[in-house]
Design a protein around this ligand. Sequence first.
Ligand code: ADP
Length: 603
Amino acid sequence: MKKVAIVFILAVIAPSLVLAWLSLRSLRDQQFLLERQQSLLYQGVADSLAKDIAGVIVEHQRELSSKVFALLREHETLELAKTFDERIQKEWPLARVGFVVTLSGQILSPSPLGRPEAKAFYTDYSRFLANRESLEVYLNTKQMSAVQQQNELKDLESSKRYASKTQQLRNVVPAQPLSPTKLPPDDWSNVSKVAPSEAEFRHLIGDESEGIIARFIDNKLNLLFWCRPVPGTGGKAFVRNEDGKQEQLVFGAQISIPRLLEKLKPLIRVSEPVLQREICVALVDDLARPVATTHPAFTADWKRPLVATEIGEVLPHWEIAAYMLNPAKLAQSAHALKLTIGLLVSVLVMAIGVGSWLIVGDLKRQLTLVRQKTDFVSNVSHELKTPLTSIRMFSELLADGRVTDPEKQRSYLGIISTEAARLSRLINNVLDFARTEKGEKKYHFIRCDLSTVARETLDGYRPQLEAGGFTTDTEIPENPVWVNADKDALSQVLVNLLSNAEKYSDVKKEIRIELTTHPKPLPHAELRVLDRGIGVPVDSEEKIFEKFYRAHDSLNTGITGSGLGLTLARQIARAHGGELGFERRQGGGSCFSLRLPLQNTPP
Ligand code: ADP
């Protein structure tokens, strides 16, 4: 049994637990992958919106260039340069202030004495445009390296300043940063991709023909669009300075941020309906305040989106950020998954447990049965051998003619007949049991009188009982007790009960047979065989009806048997619609009662 348990644990339980663990792990990985895919999807939305916004800003910058070219075609260059602020304002709503500057730093427009906006612009930018001051501006990497080179050549100090400022923290921290493998995620997700750099206007524009300059003044974003009509574009962007030299002009405009935002707002949308229901996408400014969102009523910790993408140097530190509309959803689905897995694993473990219990139980039953069958074979052999030996011995004595006393002869013949009856009873029991097990046992039901069957059977068995010193006491009614039954089968039940009463007897050799009728619960007859024998051990009351079961084994008690008598008797009782039961007899001994339904209809 121990060996079976070990094999069972190794072959079934251990692999099942390993499988459960593996499935748990793979499901967890799946969940992680799904979350990753989801955030990749959201990241894709943020990336493409950020690109769109940067693209639209660049388009507006190009719009300025074409406006300037158109104005240059229509107007005389110097005259246009002097009135550019007023003209571009009228022509192009995005312009807050228009400016024109020569490369040597002479500001032709706006006038320092003009509108308040123009005055403010003059204060903020005149020294920078005149190349007399470096300003902190935001550049893309290409511009940055060009400026860096120039700075390095020009001034070692400023290059140091530049280097120290290249690392700047982002204003939002995405919860799901898509980190490149080389960098630790924290570093990468926190560091901005655009960096401030100090440069003079002339160095900044370099050889480019147009561009955008972004900077913060008092923490407020300022955008300058500029363009420089170059030969071939059709514009006449040269003027003569006081020395008579030709000087190239740079046209530009300070952009009205609110108006630019009005143009950008329509871009902030998510076209995919499924995504619309899942995330809110917002354009957040450099202080992580939402400027435009897809879900105006939605609020969140704007600094902590699920994913975010920086727009770049055209809107430094502005980002497109995506937030889960229902942040608990991820946790919920993870929780649901955990619950499902937990449930699955518990069901699995329970199934294994119950299965093991059932198998072990069945195994135990099978082992007991095997043992009982082995006992049965040896018991039956013994049962067959004992009467055969007696029969042989006494028949030989009689055959030899040595026993001449007629009394003795009669006694020997009596023994031979009793032993032969015992033998045939045993063989009948075994054969009938085998037939019942196979479902081949046939009964010949007829209406018969149970009192007659009982009386006749008892009469047939009485001599054997008396020979064994038993006294029998009967209470069988004179009136017929009608039952629908197979007479032989009923008499077999009674003989088995009498034989047991005889076998398992004690000092008091008294056997009583009672036949009574009862109207309730349904009209039935009850035939009871009572003895004053050794009784049935406690806890064996039901087991004695099981096949091969013997409560008193032959080794300890010396009483032989097949363990089939009661099994067969109960099978017969049930086949008749009745029951065979056991109860302890008051004052010691056993009482077996056969109950059969009554047949009251007269013959
Ligand atoms: P067996 O051939 O062993 O007698 P049975 O099926 O007739 O087989 O009985 C099963 C067991 O029930 C017996 O082995 C015995 O232990 C117990 N038993 C049956 N009848 C009696 C009885 N009258 N008194 C005590 N024990 C009994």
